[in-house]
Design a protein around this ligand. Structure first.
Ligand SMILES: NC(=O)c1ccc[n+]([C@@H]2O[C@H](COP(=O)([O-])OP(=O)(O)OC[C@H]3O[C@@H](n4cnc5c(N)ncnc54)[C@H](O)[C@@H]3O)[C@@H](O)[C@H]2O)c1
Ligand SMILES: O=C(O)C(=O)C[C@@H](O)[C@H](O)[C@H](O)COP(=O)(O)O
Ligand SMILES: [Zn+2]
Length: 366
């Protein structure tokens, strides 16, 4: 097991990464001071529940913890406010009180939803993230929790830091290929925004990473979490630096919502978004040519790098105008300045954004 930390004063917490960690959960909970008297609600989705839920619950129960069990339907369409209300109802009926806590076992959908339940249930109870997708190396760290709105991604939510993240990498072996690729989008993002050495390492390791070679994949998760933890430790609530974690997301979120939640995976949308935003940086003269190299790496992981969905510029621009980074009506992007560095940029002409979208569809550079 390897451990790193998010350092945010009283809200600091460990991120444990390793094989077979679900079996060590009772001890790890005790290490953060959770006694068996604290009632737990294990939240998972139906697919992850069928694979790992029962074992995690049994293990905790065998160690004397009281554990309730709540499952949601798998998939992005579960990240909605109406389901949160139903989940709160289940917790109330189960008698979960303010001494209780939530365990979020699953991918980013479960983590974001169960985390938001923890943030809002009885005005807030603690929670622990138990990520089971590669993508969730990102979503389980940093405390952004919430749900989607038909008009935009993650429009309703909170910052609520977990008390601990326990990533049992053994769970990744049951992950469908499409979800493995999707997870690598956020790994690549973490490399591209902060660490050119990490990018070169990914370029060399693609084949090992794709077949989930245990050492390589743990290293990738470690490096990705290290970037995320470092950024969140400096800027917990996105008053500045943290916005760089949104590289690829202005276009990505617009695509994800416009295509219909669950049609593109989050990672696929972010992959397209990163290529599109790299093209935007090039078109704006902000960086040397990088989009081809970025697209090559994403494509090697099996991710889409060209927009083939029939979505108009107007539809996408309308979505982007509702992005949470918009200030005084100005679109704001995290754009690459080169490989390993992104900066926040606003005030770009709409015509330049249209040119970048055109290139993302396979059109010529402007
Ligand atoms: N809070 C954040 O900082 C943050 C960061 C990145 C992404 N996100 C959010 O995360 C969500 C996407 O998360 P995701 O990609 O993990 O999707 P997901 O949670 O929908 O999981 C993908 C699919 O894989 C299945 N699955 C999960 N673990 C499995 C396993 N070990 N074996 C077999 N099947 C498994 C799930 O049941 C689901 O069908 C999006 O809503 C996105 O907005 C949040
Ligand atoms: O943690 C962050 O900050 C991120 O931006 C990470 C993103 O990968 C993630 O998709 C996040 O949920 C996006 O946040 P949002 O504020 O743009 O909804
Ligand atoms: Zn993301």
């Amino acid at each position: 097991m390897k451990t790193l930390h998010v350092q945010i004063g009283k809200r600091s917490y460990p991120i444990h990464i390793g094989s077979g960690l679900h079996g060590r959960l009772p001890d790890l909970l005790r290490e953060i001071g959770w006694s068996r008297r604290r009632p737990l609600m294990l939240v998972t989705d139906d697919q992850v529940g069928a694979l790992y839920g029962k074992d995690v619950k049994r293990d905790l129960t065998d160690h004397g913890f009281q554990v309730g069990y709540l499952t949601i339907p798998a998939g992005e369409s579960s990240k909605r406010l109406s389901l949160l209300e139903e989940m709160a109802g289940d917790c109330i009926r189960a008698g979960l009180d303010r001494t209780g806590a939530i365990l979020a076992l699953g991918g980013g959908v479960v983590g974001d939803l169960a985390g938001f339940l923890a943030a809002s249930y009885m005005r807030g109870i603690p929670f622990v993230q138990l990520p089971t997708t590669l993508l969730a190396h990102d979503s389980s760290v940093g405390g952004k929790v919430g749900v989607n709105h038909p008009l935009g991604k993650n429009m309703i939510g909170a910052f609520h830091q977990p008390s601990m993240v326990v990533f049992d990498v053994e769970t990744l072996h049951t992950l469908p290929e499409r979800e493995v690729a999707s997870g690598y989008a956020e790994v690549v993002k973490h490399a591209l925004i902060r660490d050119v050495g990490f990018v070169r390492w990914l370029e060399r390791q693609v084949e090992d990473l794709k077949r989930l070679d245990p050492e390589s994949v743990s290293e990738a998760i470690w490096k990705g979490c290290a970037v995320k933890a470092e950024v969140v430790s400096q800027d917990e609530k996105e008053s500045g630096l943290r916005a760089i974690l949104n590289y690829g997301h202005t276009i990505g979120h617009a695509l994800e919502a416009a295509a219909g939640y669950g049609s593109l995976t989050h990672g696929e949308a972010v992959a397209l978004g990163m290529v599109g935003e790299a093209m935007l940086a090039e078109e704006s003269g902000l960086c040397p040519p990088v989009s081809e190299r970025i697209a090559r790496l994403l494509s090697a992981f099996g991710l889409p790098t060209r927009l083939t969905l029939e979505l108009t510029d107007e539809e996408l621009l309308e979505r982007m105008r509702r992005d949470k980074k918009v200030r005084k009506g100005k679109l704001t992007f995290a754009l690459p300045r080169g490989i390993g560095r992104v900066d926040m940029v606003d005030g770009l002409e709409e015509s330049v954004i249209r040119r970048a979208l055109n290139r993302l569809r396979g059109g010529e550079a402007g």
